[in-house]
Design a protein around this ligand. Structure first.
Ligand code: FAD
Length: 461
Protein backbone atom coordinates (compact mmCIF):
# COMPACT_ATOMS: atom_id res chain seq x y z
CA UNK A 1 0.00 0.00 0.00
CA UNK A 2 1.19 3.59 -0.61
CA UNK A 3 2.87 5.76 2.03
CA UNK A 4 1.63 9.32 2.65
CA UNK A 5 4.41 11.92 2.87
CA UNK A 6 3.07 15.02 4.64
CA UNK A 7 4.98 18.25 3.96
CA UNK A 8 4.65 21.30 6.20
CA UNK A 9 7.56 23.73 6.76
CA UNK A 10 10.06 21.17 5.41
CA UNK A 11 9.81 21.77 1.68
CA UNK A 12 12.93 19.93 0.52
CA UNK A 13 13.93 16.49 -0.71
CA UNK A 14 17.51 16.27 0.58
CA UNK A 15 18.36 15.67 4.24
CA UNK A 16 14.64 15.25 4.90
CA UNK A 17 14.12 12.17 7.07
CA UNK A 18 10.40 11.80 6.28
CA UNK A 19 11.14 11.84 2.53
CA UNK A 20 13.91 9.26 2.95
CA UNK A 21 11.79 6.98 5.16
CA UNK A 22 8.73 7.14 2.90
CA UNK A 23 10.78 6.54 -0.27
CA UNK A 24 12.39 3.49 1.34
CA UNK A 25 9.02 1.95 2.23
CA UNK A 26 7.12 1.88 -1.08
CA UNK A 27 5.06 4.03 -3.44
CA UNK A 28 4.74 7.57 -2.07
CA UNK A 29 1.91 10.13 -2.13
CA UNK A 30 3.52 13.52 -1.32
CA UNK A 31 0.92 15.92 0.10
CA UNK A 32 0.85 19.59 1.11
CA UNK A 33 -2.30 20.94 2.77
CA UNK A 34 -3.00 24.66 2.94
CA UNK A 35 -4.61 24.74 6.37
CA UNK A 36 -5.93 28.14 7.46
CA UNK A 37 -8.30 26.55 9.96
CA UNK A 38 -5.97 24.74 12.39
CA UNK A 39 -3.67 27.71 13.22
CA UNK A 40 -6.72 30.02 13.69
CA UNK A 41 -5.43 33.63 13.94
CA UNK A 42 -1.92 32.29 13.28
CA UNK A 43 -2.66 31.43 9.68
CA UNK A 44 0.16 32.45 7.35
CA UNK A 45 0.54 36.16 6.64
CA UNK A 46 0.67 37.78 3.20
CA UNK A 47 4.45 37.71 2.72
CA UNK A 48 4.68 34.05 3.80
CA UNK A 49 1.94 33.12 1.33
CA UNK A 50 3.95 34.72 -1.48
CA UNK A 51 6.94 32.60 -0.45
CA UNK A 52 4.87 29.45 -0.04
CA UNK A 53 3.49 29.71 -3.58
CA UNK A 54 6.97 29.75 -5.12
CA UNK A 55 8.39 27.16 -2.75
CA UNK A 56 5.58 24.67 -3.50
CA UNK A 57 6.05 25.23 -7.21
CA UNK A 58 9.73 24.45 -6.86
CA UNK A 59 9.09 21.35 -4.70
CA UNK A 60 6.52 20.03 -7.18
CA UNK A 61 9.02 20.48 -10.03
CA UNK A 62 11.73 18.71 -8.02
CA UNK A 63 9.33 15.79 -7.39
CA UNK A 64 8.34 15.70 -11.06
CA UNK A 65 12.02 15.47 -12.02
CA UNK A 66 11.97 12.26 -9.97
CA UNK A 67 8.81 11.00 -11.69
CA UNK A 68 6.57 11.93 -8.73
CA UNK A 69 4.37 14.96 -7.99
CA UNK A 70 2.90 17.00 -5.14
CA UNK A 71 -0.78 16.61 -4.20
CA UNK A 72 -2.29 19.91 -3.02
CA UNK A 73 -5.37 20.17 -0.83
CA UNK A 74 -6.94 22.96 1.20
CA UNK A 75 -8.73 22.68 4.56
CA UNK A 76 -8.28 21.00 7.93
CA UNK A 77 -5.01 19.06 7.59
CA UNK A 78 -5.84 16.26 10.05
CA UNK A 79 -9.26 15.57 8.49
CA UNK A 80 -7.92 15.65 4.93
CA UNK A 81 -4.94 13.42 5.69
CA UNK A 82 -7.12 10.83 7.40
CA UNK A 83 -9.39 10.88 4.34
CA UNK A 84 -6.53 10.56 1.82
CA UNK A 85 -4.99 7.70 3.85
CA UNK A 86 -8.34 5.92 4.06
CA UNK A 87 -9.11 6.22 0.34
CA UNK A 88 -5.59 5.20 -0.72
CA UNK A 89 -5.47 2.32 1.75
CA UNK A 90 -2.24 3.78 3.23
CA UNK A 91 -0.94 2.32 6.49
CA UNK A 92 1.66 5.02 7.25
CA UNK A 93 1.94 8.82 7.16
CA UNK A 94 5.48 10.16 7.42
CA UNK A 95 6.24 13.76 8.41
CA UNK A 96 8.81 15.87 10.25
CA UNK A 97 8.26 17.14 13.79
CA UNK A 98 7.01 20.73 14.19
CA UNK A 99 6.48 22.43 17.52
CA UNK A 100 3.94 25.17 16.91
CA UNK A 101 1.12 24.46 19.39
CA UNK A 102 -1.48 24.16 16.62
CA UNK A 103 0.54 21.43 14.88
CA UNK A 104 0.87 19.45 18.11
CA UNK A 105 -2.94 19.61 18.44
CA UNK A 106 -3.46 18.64 14.80
CA UNK A 107 -1.19 15.59 15.20
CA UNK A 108 -3.24 14.48 18.20
CA UNK A 109 -6.47 14.97 16.25
CA UNK A 110 -5.01 13.09 13.26
CA UNK A 111 -3.95 10.11 15.38
CA UNK A 112 -7.48 9.94 16.79
CA UNK A 113 -9.02 10.08 13.30
CA UNK A 114 -6.88 7.35 11.72
CA UNK A 115 -8.29 3.85 11.34
CA UNK A 116 -6.81 1.11 13.53
CA UNK A 117 -3.34 0.12 12.42
CA UNK A 118 -2.66 3.33 10.45
CA UNK A 119 0.31 5.19 11.91
CA UNK A 120 1.60 8.77 11.92
CA UNK A 121 5.40 8.53 12.04
CA UNK A 122 7.27 11.73 12.91
CA UNK A 123 10.99 12.30 12.25
CA UNK A 124 13.55 14.86 13.45
CA UNK A 125 15.68 17.06 11.28
CA UNK A 126 14.20 20.54 10.95
CA UNK A 127 16.28 21.56 13.98
CA UNK A 128 19.77 20.65 15.11
CA UNK A 129 18.25 18.86 18.11
CA UNK A 130 14.65 18.28 19.15
CA UNK A 131 13.43 20.51 22.01
CA UNK A 132 14.14 18.87 25.36
CA UNK A 133 17.12 16.89 23.97
CA UNK A 134 19.51 18.91 26.12
CA UNK A 135 18.64 19.64 29.73
CA UNK A 136 20.06 21.39 32.78
CA UNK A 137 21.89 19.35 35.44
CA UNK A 138 18.50 19.02 37.18
CA UNK A 139 16.98 17.44 34.05
CA UNK A 140 14.81 20.45 33.12
CA UNK A 141 14.69 22.02 29.67
CA UNK A 142 16.70 25.25 29.41
CA UNK A 143 15.08 28.64 29.67
CA UNK A 144 18.18 30.77 29.13
CA UNK A 145 20.08 30.91 25.85
CA UNK A 146 23.78 30.81 26.88
CA UNK A 147 23.74 27.52 28.83
CA UNK A 148 21.45 26.11 26.12
CA UNK A 149 24.03 27.04 23.46
CA UNK A 150 26.87 25.46 25.46
CA UNK A 151 24.98 22.19 25.85
CA UNK A 152 23.97 22.08 22.18
CA UNK A 153 27.53 22.91 21.08
CA UNK A 154 28.86 19.90 23.02
CA UNK A 155 26.50 17.65 21.04
CA UNK A 156 27.57 19.04 17.66
CA UNK A 157 28.33 18.47 14.81
CA UNK A 158 24.96 17.16 13.68
CA UNK A 159 24.80 13.96 11.60
CA UNK A 160 26.03 14.32 8.01
CA UNK A 161 23.20 15.46 5.73
CA UNK A 162 21.64 12.75 3.56
CA UNK A 163 21.11 13.09 -0.22
CA UNK A 164 17.85 13.13 -2.20
CA UNK A 165 16.56 9.53 -2.45
CA UNK A 166 17.55 7.84 -5.74
CA UNK A 167 14.00 6.75 -6.41
CA UNK A 168 10.53 7.84 -5.29
CA UNK A 169 8.00 5.23 -6.43
CA UNK A 170 4.58 6.38 -7.57
CA UNK A 171 1.21 4.89 -6.53
CA UNK A 172 -1.12 3.18 -9.02
CA UNK A 173 -3.62 5.97 -8.56
CA UNK A 174 -3.13 9.61 -7.53
CA UNK A 175 -5.64 11.32 -5.22
CA UNK A 176 -7.26 14.48 -6.63
CA UNK A 177 -5.22 17.65 -6.28
CA UNK A 178 -6.01 21.38 -6.26
CA UNK A 179 -4.23 23.66 -8.67
CA UNK A 180 -1.69 25.94 -6.95
CA UNK A 181 -2.83 28.99 -8.90
CA UNK A 182 -6.39 28.54 -7.59
CA UNK A 183 -5.12 29.11 -4.04
CA UNK A 184 -4.49 32.78 -4.86
CA UNK A 185 -1.43 32.98 -2.63
CA UNK A 186 0.09 35.78 -4.69
CA UNK A 187 -1.05 39.40 -4.38
CA UNK A 188 -3.09 40.74 -7.27
CA UNK A 189 -3.75 44.46 -7.17
CA UNK A 190 -1.78 46.23 -5.96
CA UNK A 191 1.12 43.81 -6.38
CA UNK A 192 3.15 44.75 -3.31
CA UNK A 193 5.58 41.88 -3.95
CA UNK A 194 7.49 43.10 -7.01
CA UNK A 195 10.53 43.75 -4.79
CA UNK A 196 10.29 40.22 -3.37
CA UNK A 197 10.85 38.71 -6.81
CA UNK A 198 14.09 40.64 -7.19
CA UNK A 199 15.29 39.78 -3.71
CA UNK A 200 14.57 36.04 -3.46
CA UNK A 201 14.54 32.64 -5.14
CA UNK A 202 12.33 30.43 -2.94
CA UNK A 203 12.88 26.66 -3.11
CA UNK A 204 15.61 24.14 -2.38
CA UNK A 205 17.84 25.28 -5.21
CA UNK A 206 17.58 28.93 -4.22
CA UNK A 207 18.37 27.97 -0.63
CA UNK A 208 21.53 26.14 -1.64
CA UNK A 209 22.59 29.01 -3.87
CA UNK A 210 22.24 31.31 -0.84
CA UNK A 211 24.43 29.00 1.23
CA UNK A 212 27.04 29.00 -1.57
CA UNK A 213 26.98 32.79 -1.74
CA UNK A 214 27.46 33.05 2.02
CA UNK A 215 30.41 30.66 2.44
CA UNK A 216 33.10 33.30 1.83
CA UNK A 217 31.28 35.91 3.87
CA UNK A 218 31.04 33.54 6.84
CA UNK A 219 34.67 34.17 7.77
CA UNK A 220 33.79 37.87 8.31
CA UNK A 221 30.45 37.24 10.03
CA UNK A 222 31.48 38.34 13.51
CA UNK A 223 32.80 41.73 12.37
CA UNK A 224 30.04 42.34 9.81
CA UNK A 225 26.80 40.94 11.14
CA UNK A 226 25.77 44.17 12.91
CA UNK A 227 26.42 46.45 9.95
CA UNK A 228 23.24 46.79 7.88
CA UNK A 229 25.12 48.45 5.00
CA UNK A 230 27.71 45.67 4.71
CA UNK A 231 25.44 42.80 3.59
CA UNK A 232 27.52 40.21 5.43
CA UNK A 233 24.68 38.10 6.82
CA UNK A 234 23.41 34.90 5.18
CA UNK A 235 19.76 35.85 4.39
CA UNK A 236 18.91 32.20 4.96
CA UNK A 237 16.02 32.79 7.39
CA UNK A 238 13.07 32.26 4.98
CA UNK A 239 14.79 29.21 3.47
CA UNK A 240 15.32 27.75 6.95
CA UNK A 241 11.82 28.69 8.07
CA UNK A 242 10.21 26.87 5.13
CA UNK A 243 12.66 24.01 5.57
CA UNK A 244 14.13 24.32 2.09
CA UNK A 245 17.49 23.56 3.61
CA UNK A 246 18.27 21.73 6.85
CA UNK A 247 20.26 23.41 9.62
CA UNK A 248 22.56 20.37 9.61
CA UNK A 249 23.42 21.05 5.95
CA UNK A 250 24.16 24.71 6.75
CA UNK A 251 26.27 23.68 9.76
CA UNK A 252 28.42 21.27 7.74
CA UNK A 253 28.91 23.75 4.89
CA UNK A 254 30.11 26.68 7.03
CA UNK A 255 31.85 25.03 9.96
CA UNK A 256 35.62 24.71 10.25
CA UNK A 257 36.30 28.04 8.55
CA UNK A 258 37.74 29.91 11.53
CA UNK A 259 36.77 31.77 14.64
CA UNK A 260 34.16 34.15 13.20
CA UNK A 261 32.06 31.24 11.96
CA UNK A 262 31.46 30.18 15.55
CA UNK A 263 29.37 33.35 16.00
CA UNK A 264 27.30 32.28 13.00
CA UNK A 265 26.73 28.82 14.45
CA UNK A 266 25.51 30.51 17.63
CA UNK A 267 22.84 32.28 15.59
CA UNK A 268 21.70 29.03 14.03
CA UNK A 269 21.34 27.71 17.58
CA UNK A 270 19.14 30.75 18.46
CA UNK A 271 16.67 29.24 16.03
CA UNK A 272 16.70 25.97 17.99
CA UNK A 273 16.46 27.92 21.24
CA UNK A 274 13.30 29.69 20.06
CA UNK A 275 11.65 26.32 19.34
CA UNK A 276 12.73 25.10 22.75
CA UNK A 277 10.97 28.11 24.35
CA UNK A 278 7.63 27.76 22.53
CA UNK A 279 7.64 24.03 23.13
CA UNK A 280 7.77 24.79 26.88
CA UNK A 281 5.47 27.83 26.72
CA UNK A 282 2.97 27.47 23.86
CA UNK A 283 1.28 30.78 24.80
CA UNK A 284 4.51 32.68 24.16
CA UNK A 285 3.30 34.43 21.02
CA UNK A 286 0.12 35.67 22.66
CA UNK A 287 1.05 37.04 26.06
CA UNK A 288 3.98 38.42 28.04
CA UNK A 289 5.76 35.62 29.88
CA UNK A 290 6.52 37.86 32.89
CA UNK A 291 3.23 38.30 34.64
CA UNK A 292 3.79 41.86 35.77
CA UNK A 293 3.91 42.99 32.12
CA UNK A 294 0.41 41.66 31.50
CA UNK A 295 -0.88 44.85 33.20
CA UNK A 296 1.60 47.16 31.53
CA UNK A 297 0.09 50.57 30.68
CA UNK A 298 0.65 50.40 26.91
CA UNK A 299 -0.83 53.32 24.98
CA UNK A 300 -4.40 52.66 23.88
CA UNK A 301 -4.72 51.66 20.21
CA UNK A 302 -8.30 52.99 20.18
CA UNK A 303 -6.88 56.48 20.57
CA UNK A 304 -6.55 57.97 17.06
CA UNK A 305 -3.14 59.51 17.83
CA UNK A 306 -1.75 56.14 18.91
CA UNK A 307 -3.21 54.39 15.86
CA UNK A 308 -1.57 57.07 13.70
CA UNK A 309 1.80 56.54 15.39
CA UNK A 310 1.49 52.80 14.76
CA UNK A 311 0.74 53.44 11.08
CA UNK A 312 3.77 55.72 10.85
CA UNK A 313 5.95 52.94 12.28
CA UNK A 314 4.51 50.30 9.94
CA UNK A 315 5.18 52.38 6.87
CA UNK A 316 8.56 53.83 7.82
CA UNK A 317 7.47 57.40 8.51
CA UNK A 318 8.70 58.01 12.07
CA UNK A 319 11.36 60.63 11.27
CA UNK A 320 14.04 58.28 12.68
CA UNK A 321 16.06 57.34 9.56
CA UNK A 322 17.30 53.95 10.76
CA UNK A 323 13.81 52.86 11.86
CA UNK A 324 12.24 54.11 8.63
CA UNK A 325 14.88 52.40 6.47
CA UNK A 326 14.24 49.09 8.23
CA UNK A 327 10.46 49.27 8.00
CA UNK A 328 10.65 50.17 4.31
CA UNK A 329 13.12 47.36 3.62
CA UNK A 330 10.61 45.04 5.30
CA UNK A 331 7.72 46.26 3.16
CA UNK A 332 9.73 46.11 -0.07
CA UNK A 333 11.47 42.74 0.39
CA UNK A 334 9.71 40.88 3.24
CA UNK A 335 12.93 40.84 5.28
CA UNK A 336 14.89 43.17 7.57
CA UNK A 337 18.45 43.07 8.84
CA UNK A 338 18.64 41.70 12.41
CA UNK A 339 20.28 44.77 14.01
CA UNK A 340 17.60 46.95 12.46
CA UNK A 341 14.83 44.56 13.59
CA UNK A 342 16.06 45.10 17.15
CA UNK A 343 16.13 48.89 16.76
CA UNK A 344 12.72 49.07 15.06
CA UNK A 345 11.11 46.74 17.61
CA UNK A 346 12.59 48.63 20.53
CA UNK A 347 11.35 51.90 19.00
CA UNK A 348 7.77 50.63 18.79
CA UNK A 349 7.76 49.23 22.31
CA UNK A 350 9.66 51.93 24.18
CA UNK A 351 9.57 55.13 22.12
CA UNK A 352 5.96 54.69 21.02
CA UNK A 353 4.92 52.65 24.07
CA UNK A 354 2.84 50.31 21.92
CA UNK A 355 2.23 46.70 23.02
CA UNK A 356 4.92 44.40 21.54
CA UNK A 357 2.16 42.10 20.28
CA UNK A 358 1.05 44.73 17.75
CA UNK A 359 4.56 44.78 16.31
CA UNK A 360 4.80 41.01 16.38
CA UNK A 361 1.58 40.79 14.36
CA UNK A 362 2.84 43.29 11.78
CA UNK A 363 6.04 41.27 11.38
CA UNK A 364 3.93 38.09 11.16
CA UNK A 365 2.11 39.50 8.16
CA UNK A 366 5.04 41.17 6.39
CA UNK A 367 8.10 38.94 6.96
CA UNK A 368 8.88 36.15 4.50
CA UNK A 369 10.63 34.39 7.42
CA UNK A 370 7.71 34.99 9.86
CA UNK A 371 8.14 32.22 12.40
CA UNK A 372 5.95 31.71 15.46
CA UNK A 373 8.92 30.81 17.66
CA UNK A 374 11.63 33.18 16.40
CA UNK A 375 9.28 36.13 16.11
CA UNK A 376 7.69 35.89 19.55
CA UNK A 377 10.95 34.98 21.30
CA UNK A 378 12.75 37.95 19.77
CA UNK A 379 9.89 40.40 20.41
CA UNK A 380 9.71 39.30 24.04
CA UNK A 381 13.50 39.53 24.29
CA UNK A 382 13.51 43.16 23.08
CA UNK A 383 10.59 44.11 25.32
CA UNK A 384 12.05 42.40 28.37
CA UNK A 385 8.81 40.54 28.97
CA UNK A 386 10.18 37.06 28.22
CA UNK A 387 11.97 34.14 29.88
CA UNK A 388 15.41 35.71 29.71
CA UNK A 389 16.69 38.97 31.18
CA UNK A 390 14.34 41.88 31.69
CA UNK A 391 15.61 44.42 29.19
CA UNK A 392 12.76 46.92 29.40
CA UNK A 393 14.89 49.63 30.97
CA UNK A 394 17.66 49.19 28.38
CA UNK A 395 16.20 51.74 25.99
CA UNK A 396 18.09 51.71 22.70
CA UNK A 397 18.98 55.13 21.29
CA UNK A 398 18.18 54.60 17.60
CA UNK A 399 20.24 57.53 16.35
CA UNK A 400 23.34 56.43 18.27
CA UNK A 401 22.88 52.86 17.10
CA UNK A 402 22.63 54.06 13.50
CA UNK A 403 25.95 55.90 13.80
CA UNK A 404 27.70 53.15 15.73
CA UNK A 405 26.77 50.52 13.13
CA UNK A 406 27.50 52.79 10.20
CA UNK A 407 24.06 52.59 8.63
CA UNK A 408 24.47 55.55 6.21
CA UNK A 409 24.42 53.61 2.94
CA UNK A 410 21.58 51.42 4.19
CA UNK A 411 19.46 54.49 4.96
CA UNK A 412 20.26 56.14 1.62
CA UNK A 413 19.16 52.93 -0.12
CA UNK A 414 15.79 52.61 1.59
CA UNK A 415 14.79 56.22 2.33
CA UNK A 416 15.00 58.08 -0.99
CA UNK A 417 14.16 61.43 0.67
CA UNK A 418 17.58 61.15 2.37
CA UNK A 419 19.59 59.89 -0.60
CA UNK A 420 21.54 63.17 -0.86
CA UNK A 421 22.30 63.48 2.87
CA UNK A 422 25.87 62.52 3.71
CA UNK A 423 27.48 61.00 6.78
CA UNK A 424 27.48 61.89 9.60
CA UNK A 425 24.26 63.96 9.25
CA UNK A 426 22.24 61.10 7.80
CA UNK A 427 21.71 59.46 11.20
CA UNK A 428 19.92 62.51 12.65
CA UNK A 429 19.39 65.03 9.85
CA UNK A 430 16.91 67.08 11.87
CA UNK A 431 19.41 67.73 14.65
CA UNK A 432 22.03 68.90 12.13
CA UNK A 433 19.71 71.13 10.09
CA UNK A 434 20.14 68.71 7.15
CA UNK A 435 16.59 67.38 6.98
CA UNK A 436 15.06 67.82 3.50
CA UNK A 437 11.48 69.20 3.57
CA UNK A 438 10.24 65.92 2.06
CA UNK A 439 11.35 63.90 5.10
CA UNK A 440 9.11 64.04 8.14
CA UNK A 441 10.10 65.41 11.55
CA UNK A 442 10.61 63.02 14.42
CA UNK A 443 7.35 61.60 15.68
CA UNK A 444 8.61 62.06 19.26
CA UNK A 445 11.91 63.29 20.74
CA UNK A 446 14.26 60.64 22.15
CA UNK A 447 14.47 62.19 25.63
CA UNK A 448 10.70 62.61 25.96
CA UNK A 449 10.11 59.06 24.75
CA UNK A 450 12.65 57.66 27.17
CA UNK A 451 11.13 59.49 30.13
CA UNK A 452 7.62 58.34 29.17
CA UNK A 453 8.73 54.71 28.87
CA UNK A 454 10.46 54.75 32.26
CA UNK A 455 7.38 56.32 33.90
CA UNK A 456 5.21 53.56 32.44
CA UNK A 457 7.65 50.93 33.65
CA UNK A 458 7.55 52.39 37.17
CA UNK A 459 3.85 51.46 37.32
CA UNK A 460 4.53 47.72 36.98
CA UNK A 461 7.96 47.66 38.64
P1 FAD B 1 21.99 35.38 9.90
O1 FAD B 1 22.58 36.44 10.76
O2 FAD B 1 22.75 35.01 8.68
O3 FAD B 1 21.76 34.11 10.84
C1 FAD B 1 21.63 32.78 10.32
C2 FAD B 1 20.35 32.13 10.78
O4 FAD B 1 20.31 32.00 12.19
C3 FAD B 1 19.09 32.90 10.41
O5 FAD B 1 18.70 32.62 9.10
C4 FAD B 1 18.09 32.39 11.44
O6 FAD B 1 17.53 31.16 11.05
C5 FAD B 1 18.97 32.15 12.66
N1 FAD B 1 18.91 33.33 13.55
C6 FAD B 1 19.74 34.41 13.54
N2 FAD B 1 19.41 35.26 14.53
C7 FAD B 1 18.35 34.71 15.17
C8 FAD B 1 17.57 35.11 16.27
N3 FAD B 1 17.80 36.24 16.95
N4 FAD B 1 16.53 34.32 16.65
C9 FAD B 1 16.26 33.15 16.01
N5 FAD B 1 16.99 32.71 14.96
C10 FAD B 1 18.02 33.49 14.55
N6 FAD B 1 13.94 35.34 12.59
C11 FAD B 1 13.14 34.51 11.90
O7 FAD B 1 13.63 33.56 11.27
N7 FAD B 1 11.78 34.69 11.87
C12 FAD B 1 11.18 35.71 12.54
O8 FAD B 1 9.95 35.82 12.51
C13 FAD B 1 12.01 36.63 13.24
N8 FAD B 1 11.47 37.70 13.89
C14 FAD B 1 12.30 38.57 14.58
C15 FAD B 1 11.74 39.65 15.25
C16 FAD B 1 12.54 40.56 15.94
C17 FAD B 1 11.92 41.71 16.68
C18 FAD B 1 13.93 40.37 15.96
C19 FAD B 1 14.83 41.32 16.70
C20 FAD B 1 14.50 39.28 15.31
C21 FAD B 1 13.71 38.37 14.61
N9 FAD B 1 14.25 37.25 13.94
C22 FAD B 1 13.42 36.39 13.26
C23 FAD B 1 15.67 36.89 14.12
C24 FAD B 1 16.65 37.47 13.10
O9 FAD B 1 16.46 38.84 12.95
C25 FAD B 1 16.57 36.79 11.74
O10 FAD B 1 16.60 35.39 11.86
C26 FAD B 1 17.74 37.22 10.85
O11 FAD B 1 17.79 38.61 10.71
C27 FAD B 1 17.61 36.57 9.50
O12 FAD B 1 18.60 37.01 8.62
P2 FAD B 1 19.79 36.07 8.19
O13 FAD B 1 19.25 34.78 7.68
O14 FAD B 1 20.67 36.85 7.27
O15 FAD B 1 20.51 35.83 9.57
Amino acid sequence: SPIILWFRRDLRLSDQAAVAAAAAEGPVIPVYILDDETPKHRKMGGASRWWLHHSLKSLDQHLRDKGSRLILRQGNAATILADIAHKAGAQQIHALHHYEPWWLNAEKHLRESLADGVELILHDGNYLLPPGAVTTGGGDPYKIYTPFWKSVRERMPPAEPTPVPQKIDTPDQWPVSDSLDDWNLLPTKPDWATGFTKAWTPGEEGARANVDAFIDKATRYDEGRNLPSAELVSRLSPHLHFGEVSPAYVWHRVTGRGRQVETYLKEIVWRDYAQNVIWQFPQYGGESYREKFRDFPWRDMNDAKVAKDFEAWCHGKTGYPIVDAGMRELWATGWMHNRVRMIAASFLIKHLLIDWRKGEQWFWDTLVDADFASNSVNWQWVSGTGVDSNMFVRIMAPLTQSEKFNAGDYIRKWVPELSDVSDPYIHDPEEHGAKPASYRSKIIGHKDARARALDAYAVVK
